[in-house]
Design a protein around this ligand. Structure first.
Ligand code: G6P
Length: 608
């Protein structure tokens, strides 16, 4: 999604801004731009495509400017183009960058056009630049002008603005889209993600909804929604910077797949097992958990699949009702209230617009409390939920989620243990689960050791346009996750079905051009799945079966068996996931797609 970086300093800022934009590239974008104040002039450069195009233009015409704002755009209103790229400028005086969506832009545009203002883009954002110009033209100060402009905006925004009449200043505001203030020495920054500024500072203020800020190299000022000055806490980030580099790997996605044994172990150890340290969820966690009788999970994308897995786990092992819904549906439908229900959001970024809206839209008293499983501390969902479980995945840069998903599943198993203590979870199951969590990193290593086999099999997908994933029980959401991964990064159309549904439609699609990928652990549903796979084989389908040796599948002409390690039943959805991640990765490599930044997708979906 769109990214914002701004800097006001006693040194030239263009390199800081470009390096910030590079750090935000992983989020997904289609154009990039920069506006700098230089010697009383506004210098603007905007380009479609990669940040490197913008960088080339800046290098060809270097600037010593000490104040600037920059942006990566992910098109919502208006096609990807240089004209639609941010910053947007009005009367060659003021420049703005914007993340989010201005819902009343149409009305504002008409009103501005009626006053003779000409627009040079199709974006919703351009209205902000013109409104700001009109306020400034009345003689207002930049901070005041922005205050008046945001009063007129409906929708979601993070905005940063500069004006030639205020040569050292950046004014910024947030409502519904993330924005942080970076604190340096004799310099201040704004960005939509702290990652963009980690080269220059590790000290941040996470702005709250409705906050406005004013920055110069010497000072910053924050106003809260009510217009009053407010002190926000400064947070010092301690995670290591090298986590955001690819190291020896060709892609972030592969690096993140390989980090899983370590981050899974770290997430397990964070939970303080064998007895769950419930204080990690928040001070009040134990009292809340005592009252929980049901769980409502709300999430998007891969995180939604983690929720689907949890439903199988919680209902099987705890007999606790667990409902799972995608956030974009949940938030817009009338819901029946269920007593003593915990609202559990799951989100890697902690910023996904629909998941956040679902949390915010929950009616007072609708839920007992809210809990988020997230990977990013200080993210909006983390700040706004009553309780938090922080996965220990570290920054995930590849757009296709890998280590964030598997650590979310560990977080859900930790929650299962916490509830298990209260709901009389069978002691033998508890013991098994603890052992399984301990051996999980080794099981994942064993899957990674199958890399060459999976890579070899992936070559068979080069000419394929469709693929079908099958699983049963808790492996159905794993099949869904496998198919999502494949379509995200290889652009092969992939679908997943519970294997029992095969006869009710998808079997009609099976022919020699349709690879069928089966997740086939040796469990109580294996024989049923085996029959489903026979149905595929007898119709000429080509099978790729992920199964342990003891399941008894053998490779033959159109059957390719990928041996999975023997692993504990409860954690094996996690290990099978890793195998499917590798399959998608290698298929994408064969197809030559942009693995870490697949077309049209964004890492963090901060607009609806
Ligand atoms: C985007 C990402 C997915 C992610 C989904 C939900 O679509 O590309 O990888 O699963 O958003 O994101 P969240 O941060 O809430 O887990």
């Amino acid at each position: 999604m769109c990214g914002i970086v701004g800097a006001t300093a006693q040194r030239p800022v263009s390199e800081i801004l470009l390096s910030g934009l590079h750090s935000l590239e992983y989020r997904g974008y289609d154009s990039a731009g920069i506006a700098l104040l230089d010697d009383g002039q506004l210098y603007l450069s905007k380009h479609q495509g990669k940040v490197a195009n913008l960088e080339d233009a800046i290098n060809a015409n270097p600037s010593n400017s000490h104040v600037g704002i920059a942006h990566t755009r992910w098109a919502t209103h208006g096609v990807p183009s240089a004209d639609n790229a941010h910053p947007h400028v009005s009367h060659n005086r003021v420049a703005i960058v914007h993340n989010g969506i201005i819902e009343n832009h149409d009305a504002l545009r008409k009103e501005l056009q009626a006053q003779g203002i000409e627009f040079s883009s199709q974006t919703d954002s351009e209205v902000i630049a013109h409104l700001l110009y009109l306020e400034l033209h009345k003689g207002e100060d930049l901070d005041q002008a922005l205050e008046h402009v945001v009063e007129r905006l409906e929708g979601a925004y993070a905005i940063a603005a500069i004006d030639i009449a205020h040569p050292e200043r950046i004014a910024a505001a947030r409502h519904g889209s993330p924005l942080v203030l970076g604190i340096g020495f004799g310099e201040y920054f704004v960005a939509s993600d702290p990652l963009a500024l980690r080269q220059v500072t590790n000290r941040f203020i996470y702005l709250e909804e409705g906050d406005r800020v004013s920055l110069t190299p010497k000072h910053y000022h924050v106003w809260a929604r009510d217009g009053l000055t407010v002190e926000r806490p400064i947070v010092e980030l301690k995670d290591k910077l090298d986590q955001a580099s690819k190291g020896e790997f060709d892609h972030f996605m592969l690096k993140e797949i390989y980090e899983q044994p370590r981050v899974l172990a770290e997430t397990v150890s964070y939970a303080g097992l064998p007895t769950v340290d419930e204080t990690i969820f928040g001070d009040n966690a134990s009292a809340v958990f005592d009252q929980v009788e049901a769980i409502q999970i709300v999430a998007c994308g891969t995180s939604y699949h983690a929720g689907m897995v949890a439903k199988y786990w919680f209902e099987q092992h705890l007999g606790m009702p667990c409902y799972v819904e995608v956030a974009s549906e949940f938030r817009y439908r009338a819901r029946a209230k269920r007593p003593n229900t915990l609202l559990l959001t799951i989100s890697q970024s902690g910023e996904t617009a629909d998941s956040l809206a679902a949390l915010r839209d929950a009616a007072p008293g609708e839920f007992l409390a809210s809990l988020v499983i997230a990977n990013v501390d200080n993210s909006a969902l983390v700040r706004e939920s009553d309780l938090v479980f922080l996965t220990q995945a570290g920054p995930e840069i590849g757009v296709a989620s890998t280590k964030a998903f598997t650590t979310q599943l560990v977080g859900l198993l930790v929650l299962l243990l916490a509830f298990g203590r209260r709901k009389g979870l069978d002691a033998e199951v508890q013991k098994q689960l603890l052992l399984a969590l301990r051996s999980l990193p080794d099981n994942v290593e064993a899957v990674l050791a199958q890399r060459a086999r999976i890579e070899a099999v992936s070559e068979r997908f080069i000419q394929k346009h469709h693929a079908l994933f099958l699983g049963r029980g808790v492996y159905y959401p794993i099949a869904l996750e496998g198919s999502l991964k494949l379509k995200e990064i290889s652009y092969i159309h992939a679908e997943a079905y519970p294997a029992g549904e095969l006869k009710h439609g998808p079997l009609a699609l099976v022919d020699e051009d349709m690879p069928v990928i089966a997740v086939a652990p040796n469990d109580e549903l294996l024989e049923k799945l085996r029959s489903n796979l026979e149905e595929v084989r007898s119709r000429g389908g080509e099978l790729y079966v992920f199964a342990p040796e003891e399941a008894g599948f053998e490779s033959s002409d159109r059957v390719h068996v990928i041996n999975m390690p023997h692993c504990d039943a409860i954690t094996s959805p996690i290990t099978y996931t890793v195998a499917l991640q590798l399959l998608s990765y290698y298929v994408a490599i064969q197809k030559g797609t942009d693995v870490d930044k697949p077309r049209n997708l964004a890492k963090s979906v901060t607009v609806e």
